[in-house]
Structure formats: C-alpha cells, structure tokens
Design a protein around this ligand. Sequence first.
Ligand SMILES: Cc1ncc(COP(=O)(O)O)c(C=O)c1O
Length: 400
Amino acid sequence: MSEKFERLKAAEQASVCHTYGRYPLAVARAKGTRLWDLDGKEYIDLLAGIAVVGLGHSRPELLSVITTQYEKLVQVSNLFYQEEQVLLAEKLLATCDAGRVFFCNSGAEANEAAIKLARRYMRKVQGREAFEIVSLEGSFHGRTMGALAATGQPKLKDGFDPLPGGFTHIPFGDECALRAAVSEKTCAVMVEMIQGESGIKPQPREWVDALLALRQELGFLIIVDEVQAGLCRTGKFWSHQHYGFVPDIFTVSKGLANGLPMGAMLATEEVAKGFVPGSHATTFGGGALLSAVAAKVIDIMVEDKLADRAAEMGEFCLTEFRKLLARHPDKIAHVRGLGLMLAIELAQPGQAVHRSLMDQGFVLNLAHDTILRLLPPLTIEKADILAFVKALEGLLKAEG
Ligand SMILES: Cc1ncc(COP(=O)(O)O)c(C=O)c1O
C-alpha cells in the first residue's frame, strides 16, 4: 500500500466511527465504469457503489442537470409544491402499476415508510388490528430500527434491543413456513424478489405463487424491497415484474439518483390512503435538485433500454461464469444471478482471491466469505467481464 493510502487510513481510523470493515483501497475519482485510486491506478468497477451508480460514474447529462437545477432551485422543504418532484413521481409511476409515491433519502427510510404505511392502512382504512410484518431469514432491509427489525439477520441486531415488535422471520423459499406464519393479524409480508446482501438469491416462483394465493385469502399486503434489485438491474425495470404481480407497496433507493442519496416508496392508490397530511414526512425527501437528477436517470434508463441491456449482459455473464464453473468444478460451488445482480460462490473462503482481484484492478464485493458479488454499472462492457473472468481463472489455477 502506498504512503498516501496509509496516511488516509490512519486519519480515517482516528476520526470516523468504526462501523465499516473497509477494503484496502481509497477511490480518488471515477468515470464511466472505471475507478482510480490515490496513486492513479485504474480499476474496472464491478460493484457500482453497491448497485448505486447504474448509469456509470460522472455522466455529463447528469452534471448538466445538476448545474442548471442548482442555479434554479435546490431545496425548499415539503411545505411547498415543487414541479421537479411531481415530474419525477409521474415518470416513476409510468414504469409500474403503483398509484402514488412518497420520497425520502435512503433505502432504510423507504422501508420505514413502507412499514408505517402498511400498519396505518390496516388500522385506519381497513379498521383491522393487523400489525404483524413477516419477512425472510437472510433478508436485508436497512439499519434503522424498523427496517432492522424486518431484516432477517440476527447478527446485525446484536446490542440494539429492544427493536420494534410485531416482526417475524421465516426461512427462505419455505411455503409451509409461510403458510404457518401468516394469519388475520398479518399486516404485510416484506420481501426482496432477489435477495442481495445474503448473496444473490432469487425467490422461487412457486413460493411467490403461494404468497399471492395467501394474500388473496387473508388480505395482507405485499411489500417488495426493490432497493437493490429495482431500476433495471435485474433485466426488468422492477424485479417484481419478473413474477407478474403488482405489489401493494414497493421501495426503491440506490440507483435512483445515480449516486446522490434518494429513496422512494411507491404504493397502490388504495393502500396510499393509509397516509394523510401529517402522518409521515421528511425534510429533504423529493427536493428539487435530487428530483431533477432522478428524473433524468429514469429518462436515460427508458431511452437507452437499460433493462433489456441488463438482461442481455446478465445472460452473457452467466454463460461465461457457467463455463468457468465447468472448467473448475472443484473451485466454484455455484454461479447465479438475474440481470446484472450476479454471484460466483467459491468452494473455499475467498478473501485471498478477492484481494488479488482487487490488486489486478477489479472492484467487486465478497459476501459471506465465499461469494463474489457483482453489481456492475448497467453500462458495463463484455470485454470488462471477459477480463474479469480471465483474471479469476488465473487465480483459481494458481491456487493449484
Ligand atoms: C435490499 C435492500 N434494502 C434496503 C437497503 C438499505 O438501504 P440504505 O443503505 O440506503 O439504507 C439495502 C442496502 O444495501 C438493500 O440492499
């Protein structure tokens, strides 16, 4: 590691809360699908800020929106009407079957809004004392107290008791457990259609069919967390569209403003009746500057058909990964993904492989010790994927 890096690391250790286990890389600048470290070394970005910078870094179209809008209006709060917010809401609604949008600032906040809306809708609109939220083991919904209560990973909750009550967790893909967990007290089942943080796991279609049948029978809501899987990443604009149903509520964040912090919760017209003026709010949500940027992001995604591109590139990646698996069945346990949400699960802990890939100029995530997780910009090129596969294969061969 360079002296510059070591100095930055020491300063960070002395000044920033120790909440992150960081990789030994300081990113100094970025453009398109490339990152550069403090010493000017170039990297291929296969992570996109964890599924955030879908359009690639530093897009000139977004820079121009940012500068123009900054001069015009940045933020006035939600006491006022803002054209940019309404325009963004209309653009989002044109991509799906939802009826209304609530804007916020992050994925966790979007999920908080979803949980609050679901409970309030049941009580105030349906007049039912249904408050239980069922979610899945291994799920990740964020770090605020409500989103954390919904998250199905006990280790993330360590030391934070008591969390809000009324949350239960069921094993992934288990129809019997689902049937046993829901009742007339169930307010909502909250689900990622493809679990991201747990290592890229698409929900089995039969499980989703069972969920839809139970919704019909018991009248609970389905909340889909699209924070990681939404916005074209899985090869459709929204991941629930692979399963052909309309969620009552869904949440989005990461890619929405291509790197600027923004979140949103979308709900059907009916369920949105659960919120009235004063029942939920946030100062920054849907501010003019971020809304203008996000509206441009949506335009680009639609015009450049980035969902189709993600589907094609995802197929290309999976084909290459499957070939790699066939050549190294002893080194790779599994490859999987949907669109550009991809995982290569190694047969052994992969810290050394992950570190060497980074040394060779590839930025990606290692999840749960063995899973190489790729969430590249939606603009990634085939040549970059092939270069990555070649580098990984070289490392697997060198392991002997
Ligand atoms: C599926 C999912 N939901 C929620 C979140 C939380 O989002 P944020 O970190 O913006 O609060 C994440 C973040 O990784 C996520 O992947």
